[in-house]
Design a protein around this ligand. Structure first.
Ligand code: HEM
Length: 375
């Protein structure tokens, strides 16, 4: 229908790679922050939506610059190297569980492995007790509804309720870290905020919002990549031997998975002033939905876009672009590479024993079941 299309519900849908990339990198576009939300429909004023407005990807400069800086280098080389053994241990444990169950019949890989690894990785990094992982995972599934294109009233209610519980959880966690500071990132962010913000309450609030968003950002997205990688490799098995033979190709395979079926299919931006985009002038304050999934299959950017190819190389928009580029991409990549490396070296052959199931969503992809059995 075109690279930019007026949306029937207002605003515009952007489908080409070139325009999505341009909007993400151009400072003329802002994110739908708290100010924009309060001056728009009640859809944007629910507690869940307001919580998102307090999170890093929904802040505009200069607030965004200040908060992004407060994170420090989130996963510099040395801290990623320190995390690697714990991710390897988690993968080892989960694959042992998976292969044990596999001997008895088909296993939902998504439930047993992909849903678990991201919460174990970020949970250990943030020093969250393992007994809380299940709760945080369930609350995240519900919270994400507020970020969908057309959430139903009951989905919004679930999202609001999950938001309230997450707020309570993280308020308690911050209180605890104040009492018992450690070397974990939450304690580190508290120290950074104390040095720049004289009001203790505001410092706590900033770290609360950062920590809460980290959990929301890290779970479903990474789970989707893990299961999608396995699904695509089993659907296009020609790639399995080259990857087993040369594990150095695994990072490129992960990038091709991220291109082929990105976890986030839609990113929103607002025109700061009347702005020409393709053949339209988008009025100031109007929203554009960047359809990342479509951009990743744009034939002008990717020849034969529906072909899954390890040799494609090149960049993609799965982690966004510009000032909001994903701060946790290195952790997500580490998990995916570690899992694929271990899975490809298993002394057994796997196959998809049934069609994968997806939750009916537009913005945030969510596989609910990936049945796998021994070949
Ligand atoms: C495959 C997994 C992941 C995907 C596909 C993903 C995708 C994205 C995207 C598209 C954005 C930009 C949103 C926008 O421009 O509006 C983003 C931002 C962000 N992500 Fe991720 N993410 C992933 C994993 C993670 C993880 C594991 C963490 C934390 C450990 C994380 C933390 C963040 C943060 C803090 C931001 C906000 C950056 C900013 O606004 O400056 N993400 N992510």
């Amino acid at each position: 229908m075109g690279e930019i299309i007026p949306a029937p519900w207002g605003g515009y849908i952007v489908t080409s790679y070139a325009l999505c990339d341009q909007v993400l990198r151009d400072k003329a576009w802002s994110v739908p922050d708290a100010g924009w939300r309060t001056s728009n429909s009640t859809r944007w004023n629910s507690p869940a939506s307001q919580q998102m407005a307090a999170s890093l990807p929904m802040l505009n400069p200069p607030q965004h610059t200040l908060e992004r800086r407060s994170l420090g280098g989130l996963f510099p080389h040395n801290s990623l190297a320190a995390l690697r053994p714990s991710v390897e241990r988690a993968v080892d444990r989960l694959l042992t569980e998976f292969t044990d169950q596999l001997r008895l019949g088909p296993v939902n890989f998504h439930g047993v492995v992909s849903e678990e690894l991201p919460v174990m990785a970020i949970g250990e990094w943030m020093a969250i007790p393992a007994s809380d992982y299940g709760l945080l995972r369930d609350l995240t599934h519900d919270q994400v509804f507020a970020q969908e294109l057309f959430p139903t009233p009951s989905q919004l209610a679930l999202s609001d309720s999950a938001t309230m519980q997450l707020r309570l959880y993280f308020s308690e966690l911050i209180r605890d870290r104040r009492k018992r500071p450690g070397s974990d990132p939450i304690s580190r962010w508290l120290r950074t905020w104390d040095a720049q913000e004289p009001d203790r309450h505001r410092a706590d609030r900033a770290v609360h919002d950062l920590a809460l968003f980290m959990i929301l950002a890290a779970l479903e997205t990474t789970s989707h990549v893990l299961s999608t990688a396995v699904r695509l490799l089993l659907q296009f098995p020609d790639h399995l031997e080259p990857l087993r033979h040369d594990p150095d190709l695994i990072p490129a395979a992960v990038d091709e998975v991220l291109r082929y079926d990105a976890p986030i299919h839609m990113i929103s931006r607002i025109a700061s002033t009347d702005t020409q985009l393709g053949e339209f002038v988008v009025p100031a304050g109007e929203m554009v939905q960047l359809m990342v999934g479509a951009a990743h299959h744009d034939p002008d950017r990717y020849p034969e876009p529906h072909r899954f190819s390890l040799l494609r190389g090149g960049s993609h928009l799965a982690f966004g672009a510009g000032i909001h580029y994903c701060a946790g991409n290195a952790l997500a990549r580490l998990e995916a590479v570690t899992l694929l490396t271990a899975l490809l070296s298993l002394p057994m052959r796997l196959h998809l024993s049934g069609p994968p199931q997806w939750a009916p969503r537009v913005a945030f992809r969510r596989i609910t079941s990936l049945p796998i059995s021994l070949a």
